[in-house]
Design a protein around this ligand. Structure first.
Ligand code: GDD
Ligand code: MN
Length: 361
């Protein structure tokens, strides 16, 4: 017994083909199922098509209201209203082969607490597409970024099956954009991920709704999952990455200003400001982006002040170590690194507890 949740947006042309091939695969195998379309009020004849299909197949149409259009949220709505304990999520565009469903269900029945993924990257899996280099790189970078979160070769896949009771609290899901599978793997209580190879096919009818906006959403989604899994440590790493990017801003200004004829002492004194402001903005929008925002000007001043103190600590440590400790007198680089490490720790503590604190106005 299987609930098949299919998010749809402008897929009217694909639904009959999908319903037929699912039926052709599941009916002879004696698998009882429902096919649940979760449609974000598509401006096409999805409603009529579903009504017609419902005469021959166990089709149900859900059209949630009162929220933004979103693939993941649609899947969540589908899961909430699914009537069976085994849940399959798949795309409507026939990219995911219905032939694999019986295999996936077989896996799930012998491992009820697993999360079963239809994967393009395990042995036997494939694509049929001539991907542009850009899309290829994109997909691989996206996959790589999710590596620390899950043990799965194709965490981006939208074709997966699990048992409802191991999902835990549906209300605790906080997905956005496209990667609902990743969300469920990370937040659910599954013992492991099992991968079933699938041959992924390019859609023939209609258009993909994947775009740049979705990719930005993915980065924000990842941030949330990293925070959930790694807590404050994730913030710390993010803060460090921002700091590294600020270092590039710093060095760029440092050389640019000299190129325009400024003395290096002056250039050094000036380049600190754009770099620290860059860090402030990136931390405001990124690292601490989901904290309540404090007034801009005041926060900027505080961040600059904290950075200045951090720099004094950094420099002070460098100076004293290289002046008074023999080891560091010989290896200046060790003092340089120690200075940065302690200075950055201070900066992070000041930022998380003070500059970006939610307890202050
Ligand atoms: N309800 C709803 N709302 N459904 C949506 C929305 C939306 O805003 N956007 C897309 N869908 C539906 C589509 O109608 C389709 O059934 C499915 O979600 C996938 O959308 P596509 O637009 O075909 O996405 P894709 O082919 O680029 O991406 C698929 O493959 C990726 C891996 O290459 C998806 O499965 C992704 O999750 C997956 O990462
Ligand atoms: Mn598609």
């Amino acid at each position: 017994m299987l609930s098949i949740v299919v998010p749809t947006y402008k897929e009217a042309g694909n639904l009959p083909g999908l319903a037929e091939s699912i039926h052709r695969c599941l009916d002879p195998a004696g698998i009882e199922y429902e096919l649940l379309f979760v449609d974000d009020n598509s401006p096409d004849d999805t409603v009529d098509v579903c009504a017609t299909l419902a005469r021959d197949y166990p089709v149900r149409l859900l059209q949630p209201q009162g929220r933004e259009r979103d693939l993941s949220l649609s899947v969540v709505d589908g899961i909430k209203s699914a009537k069976y304990g085994n849940i399959l999520v798949m795309d409507a565009d026939l990219s995911h082969p219905p032939e694999a469903i019986a295999d996936m269900l077989g896996e799930l029945e012998s491992n009820p607490d697993a999360f079963v993924m239809g994967s393009r990257y395990v042995n036997g899996g494939s694509f049929d597409r001539d991907w542009s280099l850009w899309r290829f790189i994109n997909s691989h970078v996206a996959t790589l970024l999710a590596r620390p979160l899950v043990r799965c070769s194709d965490p981006m896949s939208g074709f997966f099956m699990f048992r409802r009771e191991f999902l835990g609290d549906v209300a605790a899901l906080r997905p956005m954009g496209y990667k609902i599978g990743l969300e469920i793997m990370v937040r659910g209580n599954f013992s492991r991920v099992l991968e079933v190879p699938i041959a992924f096919k390019d859609r023939e009818i209609g258009l993909s709704k994947m775009n740049l906006d979705q990719q930005v959403k993915y980065l924000r989604h990842l941030r949330r999952l990293y925070l959930y899994r790694f807590g404050g440590f994730a913030e710390f790493v993010h803060f460090g990455l921002v700091g590294a990017s600020g270092f590039i801003v710093d060095i760029t200004f440092f050389y640019l200003l000299q190129f325009f004829g400024l003395d290096h002492y002056v250039a050094r004194a000036i380049s600190f400001w754009p770099a620290a402001s860059w860090n402030w903005a990136m931390n405001r929008r990124g690292t601490f982006g989901d904290r309540r925002r404090r007034p801009r000007a005041r926060q900027w001043v505080e961040f600059i002040a904290a950075s200045a103190i951090g720099f004094v600590i950094n420099y002070g440590l460098y100076y004293s170590l290289t002046t008074y400790v023999q080891l560091f007198e010989r290896y200046h680089i060790l003092a340089f690194i120690s200075g940065i490490a302690v200075g950055s720790l201070f900066n992070f503590a000041a930022s998380t507890l003070f500059v970006y604190s939610e307890k202050r106005r």
